[in-house]
Design a protein around this ligand. Structure first.
Ligand code: A3P
Length: 300
């Protein structure tokens, strides 16, 4: 489908977007329809990509990176909502926007976002040796966060009950595919490319240390005062009240914050409020099996 046709389509109040598969990965149908154009995305050497599995702390990282690039100038980072400042390359929401179109129209240097698994990353980003920041989050919290996000976001499938969603997530039948394949695929790729691999839990524990890693990777230099300012403005409580960082600018028919706010809890360990003892045992068994072949370690 032509990119300009997408703008004319609308999702009605009650409906959700339909889903399809791209190379075995579940995606909203509008993304599948322009997949060839996404795959052939033309990167530039100074593009910076933020890559994550959905709900791993993407928006938080985007805000940090934008503030680093603007040397801590909070007003500059409030110039537009997150998804306008940093195009989400495979994102197509009829009537709302198309990340690919935004990215193509954006002057360099561009900062971009993706949730694509490593194998589905448009090859040009690697050919041009672009810098990539990957953020991973422990799968239990990631699952809980994704469940609530699917409840409030009409651009994704209805998650059903928590019990149903638990099975769906474990089976990897969610948009952008299996959590295991995603975090492991990017972990394996990190030493062959310019990839900085970070963890949500580390960012919570010691934001200064992780932000310093980002500053260095981006090739910037910031004094201590600016660093502290960035830590403050990207804290959960401050971002929750920032309309340019909390997705409140997206129409309610698409993201309904009264069902579950985008800035929900921002905590490590919230899974303990959702997993039953039996679910936790089942999860741990599945995790052990799936993580046996990797050096990747998570904090729960
Ligand atoms: P919860 O649903 O657990 O609260 P993404 O941006 O990848 O969609 O991730 C969203 C998750 O990151 C949500 O998790 C959200 O609350 C959390 N988040 C957003 N900003 C944050 C911040 N500044 N600090 C900690 N967590 C944050």
């Amino acid at each position: 489908m032509a990119l300009n046709k997408m703008k004319d389509m609308k999702i009605s109040e009650k409906e959700r977007l339909s889903m399809d598969y791209v190379k075995g990965i579940l995606q909203p149908t509008p993304t599948c329809e322009i997949w060839d154009q996404i795959w052939n995305f033309q990167a530039k050497p100074d593009d910076l990509l933020i890559s994550t599995y959905p709900k791993a702390g993407t928006t938080w990282t985007q805000e940090i990176v934008d503030l680093i690039q603007n040397k801590g100038d909070v007003e500059k980072s409030k110039r537009a909502p997150t998804h306008i400042r940093i195009p989400f390359i495979e994102w197509v929401i009829p009537g709302i926007g198309c990340g690919l179109e935004q990215a193509n129209a954006m002057p360099s240097p561009r900062t971009l976002k993706t949730h694509l698994p490593f194998d589905l990353l448009p090859p040009s980003l690697l050919e041009k040796n672009c810098k990539i920041i990957y953020v991973a989050r422990n799968p239990k919290d990631n699952m809980v966060s994704y469940y609530h996000f699917q409840r409030m976001n009409k651009g994704l499938p209805d998650p059903g009950t928590w019990e149903e969603y638990f099975e769906t997530f474990l089976a990897g039948k969610v948009c952008w595919g299996s959590w295991y394949d995603h975090v492991k695929g990017w972990w394996e790729a990190k030493d062959q490319h310019q990839i900085l691999y970070l963890f949500y839990e580390d960012m919570k524990k010691d934001p200064k240390k992780e932000i310093q890693k980002l500053v260095e990777f981006i090739g910037s230099k910031l004094d201590d005062e600016t660093l502290n300012k960035i830590i403050h403005h990207t804290s959960f409580d401050v971002m929750k009240e920032n309309p340019m960082a909390n997705y409140s600018s997206v129409p309610a028919e698409f993201m309904d914050h009264s069902i579950s706010p985008f800035m929900r809890k921002g905590a490590v360990g919230d899974w303990k409020n959702y997993f039953t003892v039996a679910q936790n045992e089942r999860f741990d068994e599945d995790y052990k099996k799936n993580m046996a072949n990797t050096s990747l370690v998570f904090q729960f």
